[in-house]
Design a protein around this ligand. Structure first.
Ligand code: SF4
Ligand code: SF4
Length: 66
């Protein structure tokens, strides 16, 4: 299982974190080129590949690989 996040597409909306049943996501203090604090998959090992996050991200920043 792998969680890929394009940090340059992320707009810090936190939708992925709110839909994830496994608490995989956490917002970072790091900032992308557009000035947004981007998401990271801090608990990637807990991902069950349900793809709720991938489907919910309004900016298509997430890709889940099984
Ligand atoms: S849903 Fe997408 S844009 Fe929103 S915080 Fe998550 S990765 Fe970033
Ligand atoms: S695929 Fe499911 S478990 Fe994995 S990070 Fe996305 S919402 Fe969380």
């Amino acid at each position: 299982m792998a969680v890929y996040i394009d940090k340059e597409l992320c707009k810090s909306c936190k939708i992925c974190a709110s839909v994830c049943p496994k608490n995989v996501y956490a917002i970072t203090h790091k900032v992308n080129k557009k000035g947004y604090n981007y998401m990271e998959a801090v608990n990637e090992k807990d991902c069950i590949a349900c793809k709720k996050c991938e489907k919910s991200c309004p900016d298509f920043a997430i890709y889940i690989e099984k």
